[in-house]
Design a protein around this ligand. Structure first.
Ligand code: PLP
Length: 393
């Protein structure tokens, strides 16, 4: 079932299949089992001694989870990976696998709220600290590096402000100083951007988002080069934030439609961004493929489409933002993103509400900012709903 390496992204996503039983299923079956039987005690001992590669226990490996990882590794142009129960499971386990007490992370300040809390409040309990830099000034990174710095961490586009960072530039800085460069590629997906090809050492995802794409399951995944992933695998299989076989089965199927979902959602997002730019109740719009985006040239170089996320600022701040959300008729008010259904949130009071006023400002999250995860409904229905809600503020 191995397909040639030179097959294109869409074909790899559809055709990569590592498992079939004696029934020769066309679609991979669900291997809902916690453990696997050995032929004899010698085989069991060899597997336990890591001398023989065979499924033994689903916290280590499972056919559905391995297939999902294999697909992600191919789509991200990586060498190896490990899949987790959620995106945060992936980020936490990766950090804990690679860092020791006393080590430092350098991260862009505009990152997902829970990642910010992990870096600024949780990891310091184990003596791992983070210095944040402003995404617009990557030249400040080198001043923050000390002999204890081990990881450079970035999101691009950022959640929720849709700012970008030059991943190739960050990879160069990281490698000049012997740092591991990690990218949260959740907003882009490997269809839009492949950080490994831009020099990243690890690419992480909340698979809960565009990878599932239908708002059904939680999941996370980290892919990277073999050496780093071997270390991460050994740590992660021991701590147990593992992806379940059922969720892996769903996610593996979801990847088959990733390209067409992201393509359509990106087309819709660009049309929505163009509409918003002309609306009198909108102060500003941020979408990577809008020529008015301050990093438009970088977006065109680094991304295949502008992605499905749009950020905009309503006139009238927090109160107007609340009124806008309460007047929507179709778009969902829910904390997920990357669904087939358009989802709208007010980050300052929801996804990023645990951040201090200072951290909100550093992440460019204003009181009136609205984040739209554009879905694949017909664009006129999305625009009509947003237009009527804007008219009410
Ligand atoms: N990274 C980004 C950019 C996210 O938006 C999220 C969740 O919204 C996560 C990581 C965490 O993922 P999960 O909710 O699957 O733990």
């Amino acid at each position: 079932m191995n397909i040639p390496e030179n097959f294109k992204f869409e074909t790899q996503a559809v055709r990569t299949q590592t498992e079939r039983t004696q029934f020769q299923e066309h679609s991979t079956p669900l291997f809902l089992t916690s453990s696997f039987v050995f032929d004899d005690s010698e085989e069991m001992a060899e597997v336990f001694a890591d001398k023989l590669q065979k499924h033994s226990y689903s916290r280590y490996t499972n056919p559905n989870v391995s297939e999902f990882i294999e697909k992600m590794v191919k789509l991200e142009c990586a060498e190896a990976g490990y899949a987790y129960a959620s995106g945060m499971g992936a980020i936490f386990s990766t950090m804990m696998a690679l860092l020791n007490s006393g080590n430092e992370i350098i991260s862009c300040s505009s990152i997902y709220g829970a990642t910010h809390v992990l870096f600024s409040a949780t990891l310091p309990r184990w003596g791992i600290t983070t210095k944040f830099f402003d995404i617009h000034y990557p030249e400040t990174i080198e001043k923050l590096i000390t002999p204890n710095t081990k990881i450079l961490y970035a999101e691009s586009p950022t959640n929720p402000a849709c700012d970008l960072i030059d991943l190739r530039l960050l990879a160069e800085i990281a490698h000049r100083h012997n740092l591991i460069f990690i990218v949260d590629n959740c907003f882009a997906t490997p269809y839009v951007q492949q950080p490994m090809l831009l020099g990243a050492d690890i690419s992480l995802h909340s698979a809960t988002k565009l990878i599932d794409g239908q708002g059904r399951v939680l999941g996370g995944v980290a892919v990277g080069n073999q050496e780093l992933m071997d270390k991460i695998y050994l740590f992660s299989r021991g701590v147990g934030a593992t992806l379940s076989p059922f969720n892996a089965w769903i996610l593996s199927k979801s990847l088959e439609t990733l390209a067409i979902r992201v393509e359509r959602a990106s087309e819709n997002a660009l049309k929505l961004a163009e509409f918003l730019e002309k609306n009198k109740n909108v102060l500003s719009v941020k979408y990577p493929f809008l020529p008015s985006h301050p990093q438009y040239e970088l977006a065109k170089k680094q991304m295949k489409t502008g992605g499905n996320m749009v950020a905009f600022e309503v006139k009238g701040g927090r109160e107007a933002g609340k009124k806008f959300l309460n007047t929507l008729k179709m778009c969902s008010l829910t904390s997920n993103l990357g669904d087939t259904r358009t989802i709208i949130v007010h980050p300052a009071s929801t996804t990023h509400s645990k951040l201090s006023a200072e951290a909100l400002a550093e992440g460019f999250i204003t009181e009136g900012m609205i984040r739209v995860s554009v879905g694949i409904e017909h664009i006129s229905d999305i625009i009509n709903d947003i237009e009527q809600a804007l008219a009410a503020i």
